[in-house]
Design a protein around this ligand. Sequence first.
Ligand code: PLP
Length: 379
Amino acid sequence: MVRPTHAVVDLHDLTANYRAIRELLDAGAGASAPRIIAVIKANAYGHGASRVAQALEREAAERRVSPPLLACADIEEGVELRAAGVGAPILVFGALSVSDLDGVFEHDLTPTVSSPAAARALQEAAAARDVRLGVHLKIDTGMNRFGFRHDNLGATLPGVLRSPHLTVDAVYTHFATAEDRDHLLFERQRMRFEAVRAASAGLGLAGAWWHAANSAALLRDRRTWYDAVRPGLLLYGIAPPLVDPDLRLRPVMSLRSRVVAVKGMRRGETAGYGGRFVAPRPLRVALVPAGYADGLDLRLAGRGSVLVGGVRAPVVAVSMDSLVVDVTAMEANPGDEVVLLGSQGTAHIGAGDVARTIGTVPHEILCRIGSRIERTYNP
Ligand SMILES: *Cc1c(COP(=O)(O)O)cnc(C)c1O
């Protein structure tokens, strides 16, 4: 039984996006093109992490190339991927200091070391098992989140590098403002990371590989490609806000529902909780069984729209389990398809459009599609 409101995830589109990124990198850098670390944290931005990982692995097997590295947010996400049979290398981005580290060893995950305390905990755990653990080292170049401060490595790194059971396989950083061309922090972060790289031999990091670029950075500046890039958004077919990609992307997920009822409103009547929407004239409205419990934002009321009959129908009210939309301008009947995200006829509503409407980033629109929404997969 599939609810009328459901998400359709097209894995052909996902692998097409992956290939498009691969081609862009190969065209730009030839033999020294970077590897791709496919970012599938947060359940692959709501698309289903195991299915996305399996599709990428299948695609690599068909093309007889090695699968991409995968990246997730925490150990628990990595363990879930392994339980689904995913064999590709998995990098864990998140901080580890309050996590159970067993999963790293039992499920062959590559942790990020982003503080001296995390390094000590991993060293102890690896020593207890008498194994050598490969890790990626995170440098904080200005995001002021996880990572070793870029300007204090002389003091903090020696302790990490002395750990006999840890090997620093890679060094990375993360940009805070890559999509904003006017923000000076991007260039500052890039230069700081360059400085660390230039000093890598002296710091004891020779031989490590380097990565920095999220989707926006990889589109914007080839100098951030290094040995690997870390696209998330691009894989799912969404261009980062403010960036115009020279890359053909296909949105992977659409969110669909059906009209359950159509009714009239008289002028001056209100719809929904709080009575905030007042009909300015007689209207026909349609009820759609999807609401904020499904991840739709309350702020879409009076701002957003959905597609009915290939035309945009304004959202009038959002409740927990339903939407009221204005269908005065079009033909609408119970049972008709409603598209909340995706294409209908020639019209399209993208995650970027919805994000702009309510003042957020497309990542949030995708991640918030609720757990009540069943994902159906193609193929
Ligand atoms: C989420 C994340 C990415 C991917 O970001 P996109 O904007 O979706 O490309 C890359 N690197 C790190 C460390 C991240 O946390």
